[in-house]
Design a protein around this ligand. Structure first.
Ligand code: URA
Length: 300
């Protein structure tokens, strides 16, 4: 962990009782007794939708002998469930929304682990989601190697003083290899690894032609998609570059992103899969996650 990048100016005061931390968008604070149950957290699993979080928690509880499921009371922004040592939380859509969830969850993990860097680093983080494939058919599970923005540069934000801060978008290779190994040879599951682009928008920054606002022509769209393909990008979503950037900033060593493709963007823009196909696609990224969670947290 990189202690110098942790905001000790604010967070140390939470540990020594000078002030509490309010995880406002989750509706809990560091003084809330509900958090006592969460000190043993070993993994934080993020997904866009609250419905998936509830399903994941049910499934993980069953695998843990019906472990109790703790729910945070506020659900108008993010849905949260804790069971069997895993905190499941939704993050909404896009980097502005997901960055709020991640900042508050990183602070929460700091508090739950009393600022112990080794204990914090034991926590596994993973976003599970959907994406557009680049040269991959719908239904392929992509384990990301790197998260980049639409210009193939890392996530960056404006800051005071010296302009932009550039984050590191690499996903840890060892975690990725362990996820691939946990899913090797699983019937009916196609899992690949590659770079992932996070667009700031579903339509414009994913170079679609079917938005209400459109800047692209068929030629500029295909030139962008082919450029991504030539540079090893396998899928496009809306959160990964920020997620990897923030987790690398604190120096977490175990984190990943597992996204199923809904379509091959080289063949179109609209998601036309049937509800049954979409259900299977979304199930597959969950299956890949649970195969890894079982292997790493339950020993097989
Ligand atoms: N999610 C995205 O961000 N893009 C897609 O094309 C599909 C899912």
């Amino acid at each position: 962990m990189r202690t110098e990048n942790i905001n000790h100016a604010f967070l140390d005061g939470v540990l020594d009782g000078s002030h509490e931390d309010v995880y406002y968008h989750f509706g809990v604070a560091s003084s809330d007794p509900i958090l006592a149950d969460l000190r043993g957290v070993r993994a934080v699993i993020l997904a866009g939708s609250g419905g998936r979080i509830k399903e994941f928690a049910q499934r993980w509880s069953q695998l843990n002998g019906g472990s109790e499921i703790v729910a945070f009371p506020k659900e108008d922004r993010f849905v949260t469930r804790y069971t069997g040592g895993v905190l499941f939380a939704s993050h909404g859509m896009g980097m502005p929304s997901a960055s709020i969830a991640l900042q508050e969850l990183m602070r929460l993990v700091f508090f739950l682990k009393s600022g112990d860097l080794d204990a914090m680093d034991d926590v596994f983080w993973c976003r599970v989601g959907t994406s557009g494939g680049v040269g991959l058919p719908g239904g392929t599970v992509v384990v990301s190697s790197e998260g980049l923005m639409a210009d193939l540069k890392p996530y960056r934000l404006l800051r005071g003083g010296d302009g932009e801060y550039w984050f590191d978008g690499q996903f840890p290779a060892a975690t990725r290899a362990a996820i691939m190994a946990a899913n090797a040879g699983v019937d009916d599951l196609s899992v690949v690894s590659g770079k992932t682009v996070a667009g700031n928008e579903f339509f414009l920054e994913q170079f679609r032609l079917d938005g209400a606002v459109c800047f692209e022509t068929p030629q500029t769209k295909m030139a962008w998609l082919r450029w991504l393909d030539d540079n090893g990008v396998r899928n496009i979503e809306m959160e990964g570059a920020m997620l990897a950037g923030y987790l690398n900033h604190w120096g977490f060593s175990k984190f990943a992103m597992i996204c199923c493709t809904l379509l091959n963007r080289l063949e179109g823009d609209q998601v036309t899969a049937t509800p049954a196909e979409l259900h299977k696609f979304s199930e597959d990224s969950g299956v890949a996650l649970f195969n890894y969670l079982r292997a790493s947290l339950l020993g097989g």
